[in-house]
Design a protein around this ligand. Structure first.
Ligand SMILES: [Zn+2]
Length: 312
């Protein structure tokens, strides 16, 4: 999908799903940059996107994963192998993992198992240290004459930056400015919800990061999950309120013997109310299907956060 300002979306087809996880190709004066790097398996679709623009791997100057979770940075090493002139731009806390992805790989395997990690993300490839640019807070990058600003945005992950592109007045928000699937869109509203996934969810930091994005006054936000949204201001409050609601749900059930079930049930009910409030006509069964994986992951993240708040 193509957007104005020479930005296009690459669907990385995560776990075979359409319209669920994105990366972006940005063009500037005959050069290319990728925001997010998908998984190792999705790298061919990045190459096809370049070809579609009449460009080659040699034209890629930057690969910019917003953070080192594997649906964002998993394909970075392989992309860097294929794009000889590219530099990798990464958050200071993510640089180590790009040089040596063995810990990321082991961490994912501990959660999902070796087979599923291989199937979903493929093998992680290390990136040469000399090709890594560490983007501290407020780092400015001149992409062939296009100004990009990197801001530190913890809350979803401590190794997360967002990119403000002055040309499009757009923010590439990774997982910081919530998730919003286009299937829920109605004529004049969207459904958007914050992610509380493991293991670094921090509600206060997340709300501050959302504020920081809003303070840039962006005209559009490019979500990794999924696509571009506009008319941002109403969603700032909605995301704030939903972070608070999810934290309240977590606290309500923190001592429950069925904590996982209780939290996920109430979260799903909350999300369904939001979807209904947006006047979506999607049937509940479809809503449940679209949100099942996110509710499970969000619940797991809230539980990790609860345990961290209250050491046994
Ligand atoms: Zn993430």
């Amino acid at each position: 999908m193509k957007y104005p300002h020479n930005i296009s979306l690459i669907d990385i087809k995560l776990e075979g799903n359409d319209d669920f996880a994105a990366a972006y190709l940005m063009l500037q004066g005959g050069k290319a940059a990728f925001i997010e790097s998908g998984t190792t398996h999705s790298v061919p679709s990045f190459m096809r996107a370049l070809e579609g623009e009449g460009l080659t791997a040699e034209d890629v100057l930057y690969v910019m994963p917003t953070h080192v979770h594997l649906d964002h940075a998993g394909g970075a090493g392989r992309l860097m192998e294929l794009c000889p002139n590219a530099q990798l731009v990464i958050h200071p806390r993510g640089a180590f993992h790009m040089k040596d992805p063995s810990k990321l790989q082991a961490g994912a395997e501990a959660v999902y198992g070796k087979e599923r990690v291989a199937e979903t993300y493929g093998e992680l490839v290390p990136v040469d240290e000399e090709r890594i640019i560490v983007a501290e807070d407020n780092h400015e990058l001149d992409f062939n004459g296009r100004e990009l600003l990197f801001i530190d945005t913890p809350g979803h992950a401590k190794h997360h930056y967002c990119i403000y592109d002055k040309t499009s007045k757009g923010v590439f928000s990774g997982d910081t400015f919530g998730l919003s699937y286009r299937q829920f869109d109605t004529a004049d509203d969207i459904f958007i919800f914050p992610t509380t996934t493991p293991v670094q969810f921090d509600p206060l930091a997340l709300k501050l990061s959302i504020e920081r994005i809003a303070a840039l006054n962006p005209e559009r936000i490019f979500l990794t999950h999924y696509g571009m949204i506009e008319n941002i201001q109403p969603y700032v409050k909605r995301l704030h309120d939903l972070v608070d609601t999810l934290v309240t749900i977590a606290h309500e059930h923190q001592d429950s013997s069925n904590r996982t079930t209780d939290i996920s049930r109430d979260m799903l009910a909350c999300f369904k109310r939001e979807v209904h409030a947006s006047e979506s006509t999607l049937p509940d069964t479809e809503i449940e299907k679209l949100l099942a994986a996110d509710v499970a992951l969000n619940t797991a993240g809230l539980e990790v956060w609860l345990d961290y708040q209250q050491p046994a």
